[in-house]
Write a protein that binds this ligand. Structure first.
Ligand SMILES: Cc1ncc(COP(=O)(O)O)c(C=O)c1O
Length: 385
C-alpha cells in the first residue's frame, strides 16, 4: 500500500513501539501507587511530559495529558467557559468538528458563537477578528493549520489581538505540531491542542498546553490525576509512546520538513502539469509541508479514492467521514468553492515513510484513473449539499 493519508493518521515509529512495550510487559504499575512499580510508571509519565513540552518549547508543568486532539479541544472550550463570565466565543468557519460540535452545543446553551469567514485560500482576516470582539468574548479558538487544505493561519497576530483584549486564545494545532517548528512563547498562545497519532505516535493520547496563569475547569472528575484537571488512571504505555514520538519529531524536524517538501513539490508539479483541469487548493506558501490538496474537475472525489484504493494507494478527500459516509466539505464551501470543485477534491498527505518512487507511481496511477473516470462517468455529485 502507498499510504498518502498521513493527515488522518500516521504509522507508529518503530522506536516508539520499542519504547512502549516494557509498559505492557514489566512496568504495569499504577502511577498513583506508592510502591516501586507505581513510582516507576509515574516517572515515565513525567519524562514523557517533558519530551512533549520540549517539542513546543513549553514547561512540562504546562502540559495536560488527554486522550487526543478531540478531548484537548473540548477541554480547552468547556474548561475555559466554565471559568469565565462571558458568553461569546469567536472561532472560524473551517475548524475541525472537534471544535465546531462543542461550539454548537454551547450555542444551544445560550452562548453566542461567531464563525469567522475565510478567503479563497482558507485564511481568516485579523481585522474581521478584531471587529467581532465584544465585551463578553471569553474565548477565541482558531486552528493553527487546516486538516483539509493545510493552510496555516496568522497565529501570532491572532494571539496579539486576543491578549490586547484580555481574551483567552486557544489553537487546535493537531495538524501543525511536528510539521512546522512551534514555540508557544514566541507565538503567545494560551492553550494549544496536540494529538499523538498525527506524529507517528499511538492513537488515543494527546495533550493540551495550558500557559502558566491560565485557569481551566476539569471536565472529568474522579481521583484527581493530572493535578485535578483530568481524573482517571493514566494510559502509561501510550503516554510513553507519545513522549518518544515528540522527541523524534523534534530531533528530525528539519530533515522531515525537507523530505515532506520534496515529496509534495513533486506531487504538485507533476499533477498540475500532467493532468488537465486540475488545481491546487489552500495557500501556495502558508501551508503545512506535508499537505497537497487538489481539485480534479469532472471527477467525483469519492470515486477517485475508490479507484486509488484498488490500485493500492490510500488517499482521502480530507473532509470528515461519519461512519465512512463522506460529508461535503464545509471547509471548501467556506473558501467559496462550487459544488463541482468540492466534489472533485482529493487530499494527499505525505509522511516520514513515503518515498519519491511512491509519489511517481501515484501520479502515474492518478493520470490513468482521472482520465478513465472523466470518460466513464461525467461529473455527477453524490454529495448532499
Ligand atoms: C485539526 C484536527 N483537530 C482535531 C482532530 C482530532 O484529533 P484526535 O483524532 O486525536 O481526536 C483532528 C483529527 O483528524 C484534526 O485534524
Amino acid at each position: 500500500m502507498i499510504y498518502l493519508d498521513n493527515a488522518a493518521s500516521t504509522p507508529v515509529h518503530q522506536k516508539v513501539i520499542d519504547e512502549m512495550i516494557p509498559y505492557f510487559r514489566e512496568q504495569y504499575g499504577n502511577p498513583s501507587s506508592i510502591h516501586k512499580l507505581g513510582r516507576f510508571a509515574n516517572t515515565a509519565i513525567q519524562n514523557s511530559r517533558k519530551r512533549i513540552a520540549e517539542l513546543i518549547n513549553a514547561d512540562s508543568k504546562e502540559i495536560l495529558l488527554t486522550s487526543g486532539g478531540t478531548e484537548s479541544n473540548n477541554t480547552a472550550i468547556y474548561g475555559t467557559v466554565l471559568q469565565r463570565k462571558g458568553k461569546h466565543i469567536i472561532t472560524s468557519s473551517i475548524e475541525h468538528d472537534a471544535i465546531l460540535e462543542p461550539c454548537k452545543r454551547l450555542e444551544k446553551e445560550g452562548y453566542r458563537i461567531s464563525y469567522l469567514p475565510v478567503d479563497k485560500h482558507g485564511l481568516v482576516n485579523v481585522d474581521d477578528l478584531q471587529n467581532e470582539i465584544s465585551h463578553d468574548t471569553c474565548l477565541i479558538t482558531i486552528m493553527f493549520a487546516n486538516n483539509e487544505v493545510g493552510t496555516i493561519q496568522p497565529i501570532k497576530e491572532i494571539a496579539d489581538v486576543a491578549h490586547k483584549n484580555n481574551i483567552v486564545f486557544h489553537t487546535d494545532a493537531v495538524q501543525a505540531v511536528g510539521k512546522v517548528p512551534i514555540n508557544v512563547n514566541d507565538i503567545g498562545v494560551d492553550l494549544l491542542s496536540i494529538s499523538s497519532h498525527k506524529l507517528n505516535g499511538p492513537k488515543g493520547v494527546g495533550a493540551l498546553y495550558i500557559r502558566k496563569g491560565i485557569n481551566i475547569s476539569p471536565l472529568i472528575l474522579g481521583g484527581g490525576q493530572e493535578n485535578g484537571l483530568r481524573s482517571g488512571t493514566e494510559n502509561v504505555a501510550s503516554i510513553v509512546g507519545f513522549g518518544m514520538a515528540c522527541k523524534l519529531a523534534k530531533e528530525d524536524m528539519n530533515q522531515n520538513i525537507i523530505h515532506f517538501k520534496k515529496l509534495t513539490s513533486k506531487l504538485i508539479t507533476r499533477i498540475l502539469s500532467e493532468i488537465p483541469q486540475t488545481s491546487l487548493n489552500g495557500h501556495v506558501e502558508k501551508r503545512i509541508p506535508n499537505n497537497a490538496h487538489f481539485t480534479f474537475l469532472g471527477v467525483n472525489g469519492e470515486d477517485l479514492i475508490i479507484k486509488l484504493d484498488e490500485n493500492k494507494i490510500a488517499a482521502s478527500t480530507g473532509s470528515a467521514c461519519s461512519v465512512r459516509i463522506q460529508k461535503a466539505s464545509h471547509v471548501l464551501r467556506s473558501m467559496g468553492f462550487s459544488h463541482e470543485q468540492i466534489a472533485g477534491s482529493l487530499r494527499l498527505t505525505v509522511g516520514i515513510t513515503n518515498t519519491e518512487e511512491e509519489i511517481d507511481q501515484t501520479v502515474d496511477v492518478l493520470k490513468k484513473v482521472v482520465q478513465e473516470l472523466r470518460i466513464v462517468s461525467p461529473y455527477k455529485t453524490k454529495y448532499n449539499f
